[in-house]
Design a protein around this ligand. Sequence first.
Ligand SMILES: Nc1ncnc2c1ncn2[C@@H]1O[C@H](COP(=O)(O)OP(=O)(O)O)[C@@H](O)[C@H]1O
Ligand SMILES: [Mg+2]
Length: 358
Amino acid sequence: MMSGTSMDGVDAVIARFPENKVDIIGSTWSAYPETLKTRLNALVEPDWRGSLADIQDLDHQVGQFHAAIAAELISRTGVHPHAIGYHGQTIHHQPDAACPNSWQLGDPNLIVAATGVTTICDWRRRDIALGGQGAPLTPVFHARIFREQRPVGVLNLGGIANLTVIPPDPGAPVIGFDCGPANTLIDLWSRQHDRGDYDADGAWAASGNVNDTLLQRLRADPYFQRPPPKSTGREHFHRQWLSQRLHGLEVPAEDVQATLTELTAVTIVDALESWAPDVRKIHLCGGGAYNPYLVERLQSLGGSRHWQSTALAGIPPDKVEAIAFAWFASQTIDQRPLPLASITGARSDGVAGAIYTP
Ligand SMILES: Nc1ncnc2c1ncn2[C@@H]1O[C@H](COP(=O)(O)OP(=O)(O)O)[C@@H](O)[C@H]1O
Ligand SMILES: [Mg+2]
């Protein structure tokens, strides 16, 4: 089960992994209830002023929400899984802080209690303890599915965009990093203007014009130039980050949306040029793969690069990350380390995930 920085809801799958293949048995998606979504979104803004009781309450609600989804999927498919790989809701990710950490909310005990299934969570902190970024993790899984197509890229367009680069040489390490925001600022701007939780099909962005001054201000953030390993989140790209860069500019709201969408596309293409010059083919997954305007901007800025949805490889784009956590759970059960060091900068690969048994 996966819920990313978009805080839109929870993707869940039951999958089997016969010989490097992915066999999806059942899947579901549930939107977070409106009040829970609003509270979670408020919690990740730097001006949040709440109490420990709020966090405790959200920890319970997020856990309970996942527990209900898991129980429903198990009962509907009639399949009792060996384990549940459960990401939890990231509320703070600070791998570069003096006390590095990554914090996911949602009590896993509630999932065990509701399903009777071993539940594995806390995926990021082993890697951070080993000196890594703790993110992104899914490049390990992307590489497993797509390595035969090397050189190839996999781009997950969630709240944050993360890119996996599978290099031409089979002996060369896979790299993966967060390029920057994918949907998080687009969603934020949409919500701020009462246009819903996201810009459906990118229609609002498509109705505006890119503002070059604003785009330059946004692109000037040093994160974009920083070499991998690197990861980021909403503790960096948040409402204030955007409002500071809008300061003193008169830009129509639809032009801001067009510019935010352009920022996502242009920083991804920049990242490919800088860190993955051999990659000409990129598989797209995550919710942003359903935004035709964003995909069009990638195609237009990306020159001869070829972008295609993972749906063409038989994997629904919105389920890739959830499937990855199911596979990670199988690795934890088998005590296999995730080969993350080349991606996250950790000193070594570790067996990730904390196991909660029934
Ligand atoms: N039809 C669509 N048009 C535009 N954007 C979409 C569409 N469908 C999904 N999205 C975007 O995808 C996001 C959810 O993507 P997801 O992969 O679940 O991200 P995360 O992993 O951060 O939760 C939504 O918040 C929205 O921005
Ligand atoms: Mg999501």
